[in-house]
Write a protein that binds this ligand. Structure first.
Ligand code: FA5
Length: 357
């Protein structure tokens, strides 16, 4: 074949070889193809062997043409080899990153209940055992339930004892859980044993023992012949169960319009062991359990005849109780989301919850 025919044949061979290289999916296939083209007996290799058959004057030109074709195809094979090797390496590393469903799951860190929740659960448990219902009431209350039904009429100076967040619709954020007393009387009638844990709100100046949002547990027991002796026995039992031991407490007269007589039950401050600190305002005592005998006017508000029934009520300061139980010296540590103060406290005795169940 003359030089022209040779060039045409090489061009076709080049095109076919490039197509075959692109289609080759593995190194084996590529090498097989390479030896079929460039090997001694391959298509191009065989053509290289024909140089000596050309007239001496043409040999130089034929040799150049064939060697250029060989160089181009060798380069194409080398590039394809590198591409196939890189693809195989990527496939290998992505295989390593796939998941093995038979492996055991990774353990998530354990969570705990909030310290206030832990004490609330304990208080509920104590009273449930004693046959008390656990009720809830609305956090946005009417003036009637928060004040009037509790023997605190409009313009009564006792309204100033609890600074109130008023809503634009005339309602308010309840300042205490005592509104649930009258709601429970209306709902169930006497005899009645009920506790009502919940959040309260006051427009307060915040310090180590005062927050504008805190928790109380209201307690109410109404029956024939309920006396102060029942009240005191119940309060002592409650504190003993929550703290697991008898605490130093003191009972002093306290004024609340919805009880008569009324008391303040204070416990010795466990942050300073009664020596006096910022938490107890240097007094050595913490107010946790105001209580008293339900005022006849409040029984009437709840449609209960005060000549037939008597009752006691208390308003446990649950957030402060949690502070005492877990040694949290500043109430702000309980309302903030700082796990450094929350988690160590609740880990002391609290049940834990695992995200894995
Ligand atoms: C009352 O709220 C009455 N309703 C309690 C009551 C109920 C008395 C039934 C008699 C019969 P007082 O304002 O003292 O009372 O609050 C009760 C408790 O809630 C306090 O002893 C204290 O432990 C807690 N408490 C009150 N204000 C705050 C506050 N700003 N931050 C944290 N705890 C508070």
């Amino acid at each position: 074949m003359d030089l022209k025919q040779l060039e045409t044949q090489l061009s076709v061979l080049h095109e076919d070889t490039i197509k075959a290289i692109v289609a080759a999916g593995s190194l084996d296939a590529l090498r097989h193809l390479e030896s079929g083209v460039l090997g001694k007996t391959g298509t191009l290799g065989a053509l290289l062997g024909t140089i000596k058959e050309y007239p001496p004057a043409e040999r130089g030109k034929v040799g150049q043409t064939l060697n250029r074709a060989k160089t181009e195809m060798t380069k194409a094979f080398k590039e394809a080899e590198a591409r196939i090797k890189a693809g195989a390496a990527a496939a290998e590393s992505s295989k390593a990153a796939t998941y093995d469903p038979s492996l055991p799951g990774r353990r998530l860190p354990l969570g705990t209940f909030h310290p206030v929740t832990i004490v609330q659960m304990q208080v509920e448990e104590v009273f449930r055992r004693l046959g008390f219902l656990v009720e809830t009431g609305p956090e946005m209350e009417t003036e009637h339930y928060n004040f009037e039904a509790l023997n605190i009429p409009k313009l009564h100076p006792a309204r100033d004892m609890q600074d109130t967040f008023w809503m634009t619709n005339g309602m308010l954020l309840r300042t205490h859980t005592s509104p649930v007393q009258v709601r429970a009387m209306e709902r169930h009638g006497p005899p009645l044993r009920v506790i009502a844990p919940g959040r309260c709100f006051r427009y307060e100046t915040i310090d180590a023992s005062h927050e504008n949002t805190f928790f109380q547990v209201e307690g109410l027991m109404i029956d024939r012949h309920i006396s102060i002796a029942n009240l005191i026995a119940m309060m002592k039992l409650l504190l003993r169960e929550v703290f697991g031991r008898d605490l130093k407490v003191r009972l002093r007269p306290g004024y609340f319009p919805f009880v008569e007589p009324g008391f303040e039950l204070d416990m010795s401050c466990l942050i300073c062991d009664g020596d006096g600190c910022a938490t107890c305002k240097r007094s050595g005592w913490i107010e946790v359990l105001p209580c008293g005998m339900v005022h006849p006017n409040v029984l009437r508000s709840g449609n209960i005849d005060p000549d037939e029934y008597t009752g006691f009520a208390f308003g446990l300061g649950l957030t402060r109780l949690a502070m005492m139980k877990f040694g949290v010296a500043d109430i702000r540590g309980l309302n903030g989301g700082d796990l450094r103060s929350l988690v160590p406290a609740s880990r002391l005795t609290g049940p834990t919850v695992s995200a894995k169940g």
